[in-house]
Write a protein that binds this ligand. Structure first.
Ligand SMILES: C[S@@+](CC[C@H](N)C(=O)[O-])C[C@H]1O[C@@H](n2cnc3c(N)ncnc32)[C@H](O)[C@@H]1O
Length: 355
């Protein structure tokens, strides 16, 4: 996804940052079981959809995938991608694409890797583990961009000298609206938070408009993989349970939602949860990590939700999970929420109801 494909004989070559119909030269970087991974060297016949990337790091940076074309075209490619991925399940109606208002300046946190020996700070390329320097990265919010620039200007000032390699998280503290940094911590910003505030608001309002008419003050809502309760915070029912595998210090204080600390992937966790919430529920919100929610059916069998809202950053695992409950549920609306403009990532959101 998000990359060009070429063919020489039977061999398939993936070439990122190219567009359909383009001709040019590439350098093969890696071969694996009849598939090659290459890097574009030069373009001889550019697509009419090609534009000059606004970011000076685009060619070498592993983080962005679409800056060689317009945002409108990026969204078209993303829509094609989600359409293909959703094919195995039957969904009523068109897929609704919800774009971001801005293609840049949106991330409220980023993670940079550093290597004191190599004197480098930047994004890590997972393919070759190399650090790509990105002093002018446009994805984070402007106040983070300023902090990144100052990190490069004062290279390694204040970095822990005991550890030669590590990572630094740069994030906006949502309470103070100030930029903070943390070295070598898993969740520096106190538990999981969505990286794009503006798109998160759009997702919340969409979910709210769907769920609110279906619940009342006593409806039972379960927010699975709920983190700090983001997706269900605005519901009016006093019977909302947020379920997550927390580190205890991340459990928020909150009078409306009840928090349950549970490993959802653990054997019998469905029975454990059903006991704690008292049985069948009205609405089940699901927002798992990229690996998805393989044991979804165990939960829907005991909780019998009338409505399911499934949000996912990896459509293929979501489709796998929904296929396991498609005898019992109608999937009647799918959305692509563009939480991650300029990259090939997005959030998929599907509403379902009991047949
Ligand atoms: C994509 S985040 C969603 C968080 C939340 N819905 C939000 O909007 O902020 C996935 C969440 O799944 C949680 N998680 C990961 N593995 C888990 C497990 N085995 N059991 C319970 N929660 C888990 C993580 O702690 C994280 O909060």
């Amino acid at each position: 996804m998000g990359q060009g494909v070429s063919k020489i004989g039977d061999k398939i070559i993936f070439i990122p940052k190219t567009l359909p119909g383009e001709e040019g030269l590439c350098e093969v970087l890696q071969s694996k079981k009849g598939v090659e991974f290459a890097k574009l060297s030069s373009i001889e016949l550019p697509s009419p959809d090609r534009v000059r990337a606004e970011c000076p790091h685009f060619e070498d940076c592993p983080s962005c995938h679409y800056l060689h074309t317009s945002y409108a075209n990026e969204l078209l490619h993303k829509k094609n991608a989600i359409q293909k991925e959703l094919r195995p399940i039957t969904i009523q109606g068109e897929i609704e694409v919800i774009p971001a208002d801005t293609r840049f300046d949106y991330r409220n946190r980023i993670q940079l890797h550093y290597d004191l020996n190599e004197e480098k700070i930047g994004y890590i390329d997972v393919k070759n583990k190399r650090i790509n320097e990105v002093p002018h990265c446009l994805l984070p919010q402007k106040i983070i961009q300023e902090k990144v620039k100052s990190l490069y200007q004062n290279k390694f000032k204040g970095f822990p000298q005991k550890r030669e390699t590590g990572h630094i998280e740069i994030y906006v503290n949502s309470k103070t609206n100030r930029v903070e940094t943390a070295f070598n911590k898993a969740y520096a910003h106190a538990g999981f938070t969505q990286v794009n505030f503006e798109m998160n608001e759009k997702a919340l309002s969409l979910i709210h408009s769907y769920v609110a008419p279906k619940i009342n003050k006593t409806s039972l809502v379960i927010d699975l993989f709920g983190g700090k309760g983001n997706l269900s915070r605005a519901f009016s029912t006093s019977n909302t349970y947020v379920v997550d595998k927390y580190h205890p210090k991340y459990i928020p204080k909150n009078d409306i939602q009840k928090f349950i600390n549970l490993d959802i992937f653990k054997k019998k966790s469905h029975k454990n949860l059903a006991k704690q919430v008292g049985g069948e529920c009205d609405v089940l919100l699901i927002d798992p990590p990229r690996s998805g929610f393989k044991n979804i059916k165990l939960f829907t069998d005991v909780l019998k939700p009338k409505v399911i809202v499934y949000m996912s950053c990896k459509t293929s695992t979501m489709v796998r999970d929904l296929l396991s409950i498609d005898n019992e549920y109608h999937f009647h609306k799918a959305h692509l929420l563009d939480f991650f403009p300029a990259t090939y990532h997005y959030e998929s959101l599907i509403f379902a109801n009991f047949k």
